[in-house]
Write a protein that binds this ligand. Structure first.
Ligand SMILES: [Zn+2]
Length: 86
């Protein structure tokens, strides 16, 4: 995996839905690290709002794992704040 630029995004801020597993029908560039995911390889589609419609860019498995990890961190942080106000 190439070194992605910028901060790892979280599903809470970047996505409008759940990532779905996808087999690349043709070589496709990962939205985050710009690596090519080869034909027949597994990647994930993460739905995103883009200009009024839902785009489904693909992410390589490594980038998806990083995004899930960041989402967990963000979710735990907001959960702690919410729970402290119950
Ligand atoms: Zn990637």
């Amino acid at each position: 995996m190439a070194k992605p630029k910028g901060k790892t995004p979280s599903l809470l801020t970047m996505s409008t839905g759940t990532p779905t597993i996808h087999t690349c029908g043709k070589a496709t560039t990962c939205e985050r690290c710009n690596d090519k995911v080869a034909t027949g390889h597994i990647c994930f589609q993460i739905p995103k709002q883009r200009g009024g419609f839902t785009a489904r860019p693909i992410f390589c498995v490594a980038c998806t794992a990083a995004i899930i990890d960041k989402t967990k961190t963000d979710l735990l942080a907001i959960e702690a704040i919410v729970i402290s106000h119950l």
